[in-house]
Every structure is written in structure tokens, then in C-alpha cells.
Design a protein around this ligand. Structure first.
Ligand SMILES: O=C[C@H](O)[C@@H](O)CC(=O)C(=O)O
Ligand SMILES: [Zn+2]
Length: 276
């Protein structure tokens, strides 16, 4: 498991492309038949991914956690962005079709991820945060995730936001998670941008067409930097950073947060004219 410590706003402002990418971009997250984990010290979230093949992939117990099992003191949100699959948790099978979300609470011991058809494998994005209370293991489909249309084709940001784990959806200790799908012709997410110093955020970009990229904007509002993001890559967003992207084509992304506040709408808006 890769460990990433925090970076101060001042340190980040002095970084070039390589350092920005090494600290904030997760490039090789989705590998066939194995789990990849990145432990971030921003609110101690762990970002993970796996593409199960013929045999299921079992949730492991990275030694860095010094735990009896992965979810002993944690909860996890799982969203499939590939072919049909399933998540098995302590004897219960949860269907996990494309864009379904499965939440597993603290204390869940035996977990595995499977693809229905290895030639069209499931692609599981995983986000885990520390938990101090157990909430029920739950599956939500995209349709259950209170879709909200936002943005406008005139500003190239028409999109639908699906909220799965939040104060009015699946209950959790601190995890908040969902996904956003850009309409064809729209390329901007989260503009006007915002920060929320009460919680970090991670973005996982998917359905970026072959050969295209997303320019992901980060940094303090008056000190922005960017990362060039390819399909199936993730970005760690510090609590003090904006997190917004513009694609060279339309795309989708999973957002996930943890920290002090559990309310999706808790954002400190940044006027576009205030960005530098
Ligand atoms: O704090 C919330 C997050 O940044 C995202 O939910 C924003 C987003 O999905 C969008 O505007 O498209
Ligand atoms: Zn945000």
C-alpha cells in the first residue's frame, strides 16, 4: 500500500508538474486480478481499485493498518464502473452492476469482488475512511441516488449528479460518495469551483474517451495548478484546494469525501473572477 503524506499550500505552490503528479495524481489504480491501494493522510482515506478476472479478488489486510482485518475500524464505499459484477460480504451477495454502489460498514470481515463475465470485467473503485460506528451494508442503484441535473449547455457544464452515500442516502460514519455524468458537449465539472476545509475529496475519472484527457484544476483559489488526467486515474484533493475539471471530451467521475462534515451541500463557493 502506498502512503502519501500531506502537503502544505505553500509547498504545493512551489511544485512543478512531476511533483504535483507524484503527490496528487493516482495513475495506476485499476489492475486486473489485484488490489491497488493508496493511503492518504488527508482525513486518512484509502483510495483503491481492482478489476476482477475469472476468480474473485478478496479484500486484503494491508500491514500498515495494524488491524485484524481491513474493515475492523473502517468503512468502505464501492462503485462499479465496468461490466456486471458483485460484492460478497460476510455471506451476503450484493449485485454490483455498472454504476451501482455498495457500502460496507465497520466490522465486515470477509469481502470479495467478482466479475460476472471476465471478458467484460467489473471495474471497482474503492474509497475507505475510519469509522467509529457500524452502519448497515447497503446497495444502491444509480436510480436510487437522487439524480440532480445541474449546469447548462451554454457554459459547457450540463451534468447529472448522483448522490449515494450522504446524509439523505446510504448512512455512514463519515464517508460521502457519488458520481457525476457530463452530458455530451459539456466538459466542465464543478465550475464555479469550491473548497471545503472540513473535508478532503478524491475524484476518480472514468468514461474519458480513448485519446482524450481531463485538465483537473487544483490549488488554493488564487494559486491554481493543473493535472492532466487519463481514464481510470484518481486525484487527491486537499481540504484547502479547489477541485474542478475540463475535459477535451465529455466524461464522468466518482467523487468521495471524508472528514468533519457529512453534509453534501457544505461548500465554500469561489467566484470564477476570484480564481488566479
Ligand atoms: O463537494 C462536492 C463535490 O466537489 C462534487 O460533488 C462536485 C460535482 O460532482 C460536480 O459539481 O459535478
Ligand atoms: Zn467538493
Amino acid at each position: 500500500m502506498q502512503i502519501r503524506f500531506q502537503n502544505s499550500p505553500k509547498e504545493t505552490a512551489g511544485m512543478g508538474t512531476r511533483d504535483l503528479r507524484d503527490n496528487f495524481l493516482i495513475e495506476d489504480l485499476m489492475k486486473p486480478g489485484q488490489l491497488t491501494w493508496v493511503y492518504s493522510h488527508y482525513d486518512r482515506v484509502i483510495v483503491g481499485g481492482t478489476i476482477p478476472g475469472k476468480t474473485p479478488v478478496a479484500l486484503d489486510n494491508p500491514s500498515e493498518l495494524k488491524a485484524d482485518f481491513f474493515l475492523q475500524r473502517r468503512e468502505i464505499g464501492i462503485i462499479n464502473v465496468g461490466g456486471k459484477g458483485s460484492v460478497h460480504a460476510d455471506g451476503t451477495r450484493f449485485e454490483a452492476d455498472r454504476m451501482d454502489c455498495v457500502y460496507l460498514g465497520k466490522g465486515t470481515k470477509e469481502v470479495s469482488f467478482a466479475s460476472d463475465d471476465p471478458t467484460q470485467p467489473a471495474v471497482f473503485y474503492l474509497l475507505s475512511s475510519p469509522a467509529h460506528q457500524t452502519y448497515p451494508n447497503t446497495r444502491y442503484t444509480k436510480e436510487q441516488a437522487s439524480p440532480v441535473e445541474t449546469g447548462d449547455a451554454l457554459t459547457s457544464n450540463k451534468r447529472v449528479i448522483y448522490k449515494y452515500i450522504h446524509d439523505k442516502g446510504i448512512s455512514s460514519s463519515q464517508l460521502v460518495m457519488g458520481l457525476t455524468i457530463l452530458q455530451p458537449g459539456s466538459v466542465w465539472n464543478t465550475m464555479p469551483a469550491h473548497t471545503h476545509t472540513r473535508r478532503m475529496e478524491a475524484y476518480f475519472y472514468f468514461d474519458i474517451p480513448e485519446g482524450h484527457r481531463v485538465f483537473h484544476f487544483m490549488g488554493e483559489p488564487a494559486e491554481t495548478r493543473h493535472l492532466l488526467v487519463a481514464n481510470h486515474q484518481a486525484v487527491l484533493s486537499p481540504p484547502w484546494s479547489i477541485h474542478s475539471g475540463a475535459g477535451t471530451a465529455n466524461y464522468a467521475f466518482i467523487w468521495g469525501m471524508a472528514g468533519e462534515n457529512y453534509t453534501y451541500t457544505d461548500m465554500d463557493a469561489v467566484p470564477i473572477a476570484g480564481l488566479k
